[in-house]
Design a protein around this ligand. Structure first.
Ligand code: ADP
Ligand code: MG
Length: 363
């Protein structure tokens, strides 16, 4: 897909912007704090309906104003779509509204109309960091690909939160209510497990090829799904039901939820040994890049249409060889947006723009 027009009003440091991106690679260069990451954040909003970095969505509204708007036109195989997200100040927080082709829609129907793969410096921790990062990685891709996945994720998350609050409570939890929550977790929980297992099988196959092409070594990097509950061939619903029943007393004793897909992880190994403990930093970084390329390829093949690639300041964190390998691997992307503080010579063919104080000019 291609983003052909982007319009911002009072988004972050942009009072107003009207921008026509090019197909292929768009490179944004400029010193710090000019609005490069903000621009990528705005593009991502059109796909995922939320910020990839803000803690509070009211931060997205330009200081001193009340309403931020992001509007974009995207070319997809079915034609052209027009997407708009607005964020309005509301009390201490913010309220978002969305529309597609001029009709108001809820978040769930907005999500995934456009699709992005984002790559930010924090992603470099994907291998060495904690499991929450890897769950976010899975959720980010799957929620854009499948409305059913997003519904399961939202439903599961809500019930698990209620259950956790019940377990944490000062008074002994109502066992009946706890059982009712466990029952309600089964359908969305099993949906998450099944979707993640299938998706990880796809990215594992894609990442394996990428890693081998890059390193030319015979070391094997393997990615597998490490579900908290269930084995590869087990029925996820039955496995989850059994695990919840078996852990009921322990959860009551420990006053917290102990089992379920909210504790899932990915297992990454190099020649059979955990990559976080046994891989060099170089091997870990290469594996992260391979994961991102695999995410891109899997999203493209599943959706039948390439996602938009957003690379925020990551190339400067990589040595020239890895950066080159990464760009070559996604070389057939339809459209990418890349930010950088200095412009390397290899971007001669790209559409290049300078961002200075929230204004964009070709350079
Ligand atoms: N809600 C906001 N209103 C006004 N300015 C903002 C808002 N949020 C962030 N900014 C400003 O945006 C700038 C940072 O933009 P960013 O895109 O992160 O920079 P960079 O070009 O380094 O990626 C900072 O100057 C920050 O103060
Ligand atoms: Mg930045």
């Amino acid at each position: 897909m291609l983003l052909t027009a982007l319009r911002l009003a009072d988004f972050r440091n942009y009072p107003a912007l009207d921008f026509a991106p090019a197909p292929g690679l768009n490179v944004f260069v400029g010193p710090n704090a000019q609005g490069k990451s903000n621009l990528l954040e705005a593009i991502a909003m059109l796909a995922i309906g939320k910020s990839f970095r803000a803690r509070r969505e009211s931060e997205l509204i330009r200081d001193g104003t009340q309403l931020a708007e992001i509007a974009g036109t995207a070319q997809v195989p079915a034609g052209e779509i027009f997407l708009r997200a607005s964020i309005a100040r509301s009390g201490n927080g913010a309220r978002k509204t969305f529309d597609v082709n001029g009709s108001a829609v809820g978040f769930a129907r907005f999500l995934g109309r456009a699709r992005v793969v984002t790559f930010v410096p924090a992603d470099l921790q994907l291998v060495a960091g904690g499991p929450a990062l890897r769950r976010t990685f899975l959720n980010g891709a799957l929620a854009q690909l499948s409305p059913a996945y997003y519904r399961d994720l939202a439903r599961y998350g809500k019930i698990v939160q209620q259950k956790a609050a019940l377990l944490r409570g000062a008074i002994a939890p109502d066992r009946e209510l706890l059982l009712a929550y466990n029952e309600e977790l089964l359908t969305p929980g099993a949906g998450l497990i099944a979707a993640r297992a299938a998706f990880v099988a796809d990215i594992a196959a894609a990442a394996d090829g990428v890693y081998e092409r890059w390193t030319g070594t015979r070391e094997r990097v393997a990615i597998t799904y490490a579900p908290n509950v269930g084995a590869p061939d087990a029925d996820p619903r039955a496995a989850l039901e059994a695990a919840l029943a078996n852990n009921l007393d322990a959860e009551l004793r420990r006053k917290t939820t102990l089992v379920g897909p909210h504790r899932d992880d990915l297992r990454l190994t190099i020649d059979g040994r955990p990559l976080d403990a046994f891989g060099s930093q170089g091997q870990q970084r290469t594996a992260v890049l391979a994961l991102k390329v695999a995410e891109y390829e899997t999203m493209r093949s599943r959706a039948g249409d390439a996602p938009i690639l957003l690379l925020d300041d990551v190339l400067s964190e990589l040595d020239a060889e890895r950066a080159g390998g990464f760009l070559a691997a996604v070389g057939t992307f339809e459209q990418a947006f890349l930010t950088t503080t200095d412009l390397p010579a290899r971007f001669d063919d790209a559409a290049r723009f300078r961002i200075s104080a929230a204004t964009i000019a070709a350079c």
